[in-house]
Design a protein around this ligand. Structure first.
Ligand SMILES: [Zn+2]
Length: 468
């Protein structure tokens, strides 16, 4: 099957040009001006006049069907990847969880079993390491070799998954030898727990106290600490869901002294704030995630960080829970509200809207933030994240002018609310293609079930080298 996409403007992280794209089977065969005029033909033609042809989005931080706080995230690999595709994301990297006392491989195999045959876009997996011991370290070597080269550790959640500094250092040292990459959730968990206890003792149980307890200074402190541990270990480090100016300052300072530190932020930290956590009638629970939403004045710093390169990509930390029946578990005690927000469907459009329409950066930087750098850092480039001969035909025909209003009534995520309810944005994908197969056309699902494949990823060489 050959498909020609004609008359569009091809936008990659490197530049934009009027060009046609020939898709042959699952990959891109040719990119160039006026391919029909050069005698190229195909069985199907997509006219992208007036629109952009961009690489499919890559969301490197999702939690489909994650068990958390006595409940389970409401999107399965099936519903969550379908929603991702509607929003122009054609690859996700989710997290497999090691149980304390269990092996990394058992966690990986459990997640693979959930995703296989159900996911509709391609997926990779990171492994969350809850218990850094000799066996787990040895398993890391094998997993890197098998295409799972990234491991997430936590300085938060002392009761469940936190690693102490020695454990973090040991895991980092192991990646120096095996080519893996350590991802860090950087908040000072024990200090947060102390502030939480103070606030609960004062009867402060509403959702906003979740945010007011998890201070930005604790994120800054933990970010500096893990960056320093990485410097001592002689390895790069990747900070997940960076939310605050405090943490950004530490990342920027580390990069200026030459440390290969990388950081993602998420749409919720760019568009939402502590004010949302303070909405009345327990509605703030919809916005409980960790790190928490920050005071509104942090947003401009994060946008500037994305534009300047101090932050290198945007992921979602998609981890949805219904307001009814799930978020409500925390009525009267914010500690019992499951942490997490829906977002996988809106990331590509929101970063375009806030970044490109908002005049903060151009379309090439947008593509870089939502597709290209994610592919490079996580061992998928140039198979994913660009438009070039030989790359997977993961493509969006994106209309930068079309307007839509975000709403739970029309979104495809399996969750009963939207964080962005009523927000009118500009720019969205008309056609979403994964490996040459059109999944979504003009807002309608036209793809096959179970289309997604597990992605074996390369070791983290990009993270060690060029930081530009
Ligand atoms: Zn997460």
């Amino acid at each position: 099957m050959r498909t020609l996409i004609i008359n569009g403007t091809v936008v990659t992280a490197e530049g934009s040009a009027r060009a046609d794209v020939l898709v042959e089977g699952e990959t891109i065969a040719l990119v160039g001006p006026d391919l029909p005029g050069s005698g190229v033909s195909a069985e199907a033609t997509i006219d992208a006049a007036g629109r952009w042809v961009v690489p499919g989005g890559i969301d490197v931080h999702t939690h489909m069907e994650l068990p958390l706080g006595g409940t389970v995230a409401s999107d399965t690999f099936e519903t969550g990847t379908r929603a991702a595709a509607f929003g122009g994301t054609t690859t996700i990297i989710d997290f497999a969880a090691q149980q304390r006392g269990g092996s990394l491989r058992a966690g990986l195999e459990a997640s693979l079993a959930q995703a296989e045959g159900r996911a509709v876009v391609d997926y990779g997996l990171h492994v969350m390491v809850a218990d850094v011991n000799d066996a787990a370290l040895a398993e890391m070597d094998a997993l890197v070799a098998e295409g799972v080269p990234s491991f997430k550790l936590f300085t938060a959640y002392p009761a469940t998954v936190m690693s102490d500094d020695g454990a973090i250092y040991r895991a980092m040292r192991r990646t120096a030898a095996n080519g893996g990459l350590i991802l860090m959730h950087a908040e000072n968990g024990p200090a947060i727990d102390a502030v939480v206890a103070e606030n609960i003792a004062l009867g402060r149980t509403d959702p906003v106290w979740h945010g007011r307890s998890r201070l930005a200074i604790f994120e800054g402190e933990a970010t500096n600490r893990v960056v320093r541990l990485a410097e001592a270990a002689g390895v790069p480090v990747y900070i997940v869901h960076l939310s605050s100016r405090d943490a950004l300052d530490e990342v920027r300072a580390a990069r200026r002294r030459g440390t290969p530190v990388w950081a993602e932020t998420c749409p919720q930290y760019l568009f939402l704030s502590l004010d949302d956590l303070d909405r009345p009638e327990f509605e703030g629970a919809k916005f409980v995630c960790s790190p928490p939403l920050r005071p509104r004045d942090h947003q401009a710093d994060l946008w500037a960080g994305l534009a300047a390169g101090d932050l290198q990509l945007v992921a979602t930390d998609h981890c949805p829970f219904d307001f009814r029946g799930q978020k409500e578990l925390g009525r009267g005690d914010f500690r019992r509200i499951p942490n997490g927000l829906p977002g996988v469907e809106d990331r590509v459009d929101l970063v375009h809207f806030g970044g490109v329409v908002g005049g903060r950066f151009g379309p090439e930087r947008w593509v870089d933030l939502v597709a290209t750098t994610p592919a490079k850092l996580f061992g998928l480039y140039p198979r994913k994240g660009t438009i070039a001969p030989g790359s997977d035909a993961d493509l969006l025909v994106f209309d930068p002018a079309r307007r839509r209003t975000i709403s739970a009534a029309s979104h495809h995520m399996n969750v009963d609310y939207s964080c962005y309810e009523g927000l009118e944005i500009q720019g969205t994908a008309d056609i979403v293609m994964s490996r040459g197969t059109v999944l979504v056309r003009d807002g309608t699902w036209v793809g096959p079930a179970g289309h997604g494949r597990f992605l074996r990823r390369a070791p983290a060489t990009y993270a060690r080298g060029d930081r530009s």
